[in-house]
Design a protein around this ligand. Structure first.
Ligand SMILES: [Zn+2]
Length: 275
């Protein structure tokens, strides 16, 4: 059976039978991997306190031909991200991001695609361990997660005709975002579309900066109340459109780290204040 030797982040862990555990891993080289750790709850030698969520691990396993689940044989702890477990807002945001990765990361991918998602996971958990999250950071990390998963919204040009968004600015400095199209649409292309979300060009630039920034400087991008409300409508609805359901950790995150003035993905958008 082919051996598997990766770094991994533990996304989810479920007890199985008498002493086994099923783990969902995000690996450095193969995307998401589901594996069964036989006798995990008894073996301190093969799994010395390692199979907890968020843990950064070095794993040894074996793929099983024609089986959806691999065998996890050994896991060594590289970093436990303990700082995420002692603060509710950090824990809630880390839980939300790992759940999003668990749901949307493909299995069996290789190369840059796998590396990009894994790098996002490690960078975000590291940042959250060092920095207390704010509503701005929540939105930007969620957006970067979607980007890492190959779901990057288009903020620069009309997704239908390619016209530059900055040329479309109306008197109130707004353009429109269309969730199903995954980006900005110009006035002409938006005429027959429903559900357009107005968003100021300054907000788009902040979101773009959040996508382009290095992860360790992300907390320096702070959106004001009005921009935050606009950005939340776009990011939350875009996320919900692609995830399809409300993530289990989303309500807990809304309690621990509410985004002021934003609507939840399941409710109707209020009009953003115009100062
Ligand atoms: Zn257009």
């Amino acid at each position: 059976m082919p051996s598997l030797r990766f770094e991994a982040v533990l996304l989810r862990s479920v007890d199985y039978g008498e002493s086994d555990r099923i783990v969902h891993l995000l690996t450095s080289d193969a995307g998401r991997l589901t594996a069964i750790a036989k006798s995990a709850r008894r073996s301190c030698r093969r799994f010395p306190g390692t199979l907890d969520v968020f843990n950064h691990l070095a794993i040894d396993g074996r793929a099983r031909p024609r089986a959806s689940m691999a065998f996890l044989e050994r896991a060594r702890l590289i970093h436990p991200f303990l700082g995420l477990r002692t603060d509710p807002a950090r824990y809630a945001l880390a839980s939300f991001l790992t759940e999003m990765l668990d749901r949307l990361s493909p299995e069996g991918i290789v190369g840059p695609e796998a590396e990009r998602i894994f790098e996002f996971a490690i960078e975000s958990l590291r940042l959250l361990e060092n920095v207390r999250p704010t509503p701005s950071l929540r939105l930007l990390l969620e957006l970067r997660g979607l980007d890492a998963l190959g779901l990057r919204p288009e903020f620069g040009r009309c997704v239908r005709c390619g016209r530059v968004a900055a040329d479309e600015i109306s008197d109130d400095h707004r353009v429109h975002f269309h969730v199903a199209d995954g980006g900005i649409v110009c006035t002409a292309c938006g005429l027959r579309l429903d559900g357009l979300i107005p968003i100021e060009i300054g907000t788009l630039r902040s979101l773009d900066a959040g996508l382009e920034s290095s992860a360790d400087r992300l907390d320096r991008i702070v959106l004001g109340t009005r921009m935050l409300a606009q950005a939340a409508r776009v990011v939350f609805r875009f996320q919900r459109f692609h995830v399809g359901v409300e993530l289990r950790s989303e309500r807990f995150l809304d309690e621990m780290l509410p985004v002021l003035g934003s609507d939840s993905p399941s409710t109707t958008a209020p009009t953003a204040p115009t100062t």
